[in-house]
Design a protein around this ligand. Structure first.
Ligand SMILES: Nc1ncnc2c1ncn2[C@@H]1O[C@H](COP(=O)(O)OP(=O)(O)OP(=O)(O)O)[C@@H](O)[C@H]1O
Length: 324
């Protein structure tokens, strides 16, 4: 069902419970086995606290097979990334973005209440519960070629990088595109780094494209400034020894520090957040833009918490319609 540096996820038939399950078979390398044991611990804690099992993938069992840690979980559907990829990166309608966004924030709020930070939220780690989809008429030509999930129900997976609030929080976290500015600038991080990732994910669902498509720190920060406005001086001035080279006289060293002309062009090509959203959303665009600005606030302490975000007008002003 999936493959990575950690090992493989296999679809299996559980003869005792008579159901299909997903088994994560971890490579027999100490680094990965240790991470898997942490993931098991987190999955068990989540399961104990989420009796209805609606926020996160449910662990069924685990065992050690010839020094491969195997984690047995309920079988879920495709990831949001897989769904987008298979449908040609076609943006999701705003009502679907709202339903997914609300559940995502509920799951993040649930983790944060348990003092857990996911640290690797991205469309690959958000799975649709069901693989069923509906075909809808394409507004352009009327053909039934537009695929959407039949149900918007989602759950989080991949707790291998989850961290407790009280742990050391100085190392680099998150997959590049979903990484918060305080992580890049080496300020240390906490719950707000998950919220930044949620902001990036919601933009991606509504546009079909990764918001910050980059592989380099300075270019990444320049992209943020292009979409969201200038980074505050006090944040730039607090950059650690690895990041101080991105700052000159209290501002981002851009475009002077760019490595190529393509890089400058890639940044210039990006629209402001407001324009980006307006290109894809008709109704409720105002509420959506306001929510995104608060999820993508540079200053971590100014960013909404998951709980606060759930009370935002983008969710409260519209009815809850789980299935389309
Ligand atoms: N319960 C599940 N049901 C269905 N598919 C799953 C399930 N768990 C994992 N997968 C698939 O396997 C992939 C890898 O799983 P997971 O993200 O847990 O591994 P990982 O080591 O953390 O991967 P990564 O290298 O992306 O961090 C997922 O992206 C998903 O496609």
């Amino acid at each position: 069902m999936g493959e990575g540096t950690f090992g493989q996820v296999l679809e299996c038939w559980d003869r005792e419970s008579r159901e299909m399950v997903a088994i994560k078979v971890v490579r027999s390398v100490k680094k990965y086995s240790d991470a898997a044991m942490i993931e098991i611990d987190v999955l068990q804690k989540l399961a104990r606290n989420d009796v209805a099992g609606k926020h996160c993938v449910q662990i069924r069992n685990w065992f050690d097979y010839r020094s491969h840690i195997c984690i047995v979980c309920e079988k879920l559907g495709p990831s949001l990334y897989d769904f987008l990829r298979k449908t040609g990166y076609r943006p999701f309608p705003i009502d679907l973005v709202r339903q997914i966004g609300e559940q995502l924030l509920e799951s993040v709020a649930f983790m944060h209440r348990l003092q857990l930070i996911h640290t690797d939220l991205k469309p690959e780690n958000i799975l649709l519960v069901s693989s069923d989809y509906v075909k809808l008429p394409d507004p352009k030509d009327g053909s039934f070629s537009r695929k959407l999930p039949k149900s918007s129900a989602i759950k989080l997976i991949d707790f291998g990088s989850a961290a407790y609030h009280h742990q050391d929080r100085s190392y680099i976290v998150s997959t590049r595109h979903y990484r918060a500015p305080e992580v890049i600038l080496g300020h240390g991080w906490s719950y707000p780094c998950d919220i930044w990732s949620v902001g990036c994910i919601l933009v991606e669902l509504c546009s079909g494209e990764t918001l910050f498509q980059t592989h380099e720190n300075l270019e990444h920060l320049a992209m943020m400034e292009r979409v969201l406005g200038p980074l505050p001086r006090h944040m730039l001035e607090r950059a650690d020894q690895h990041a101080e080279k991105y700052v000159r006289r209290g501002r981002l060293n851009w475009p002077e520090g760019a490595t190529t002309r393509e890089s400058i062009r890639a940044v210039l090509k990006l629209p402001r957040l407001q324009n980006l959203v307006m290109q894809h959303v008709d109704h409720s665009a105002g509420d959506f833009i306001d929510l995104l600005k608060r999820l993508l606030a540079y200053e971590p302490s100014a960013r909404l918490t998951a709980e606060e975000a759930l009370s935002h007008g983008f969710f409260s002003r519209y009815g809850d319609r789980r299935s389309l």
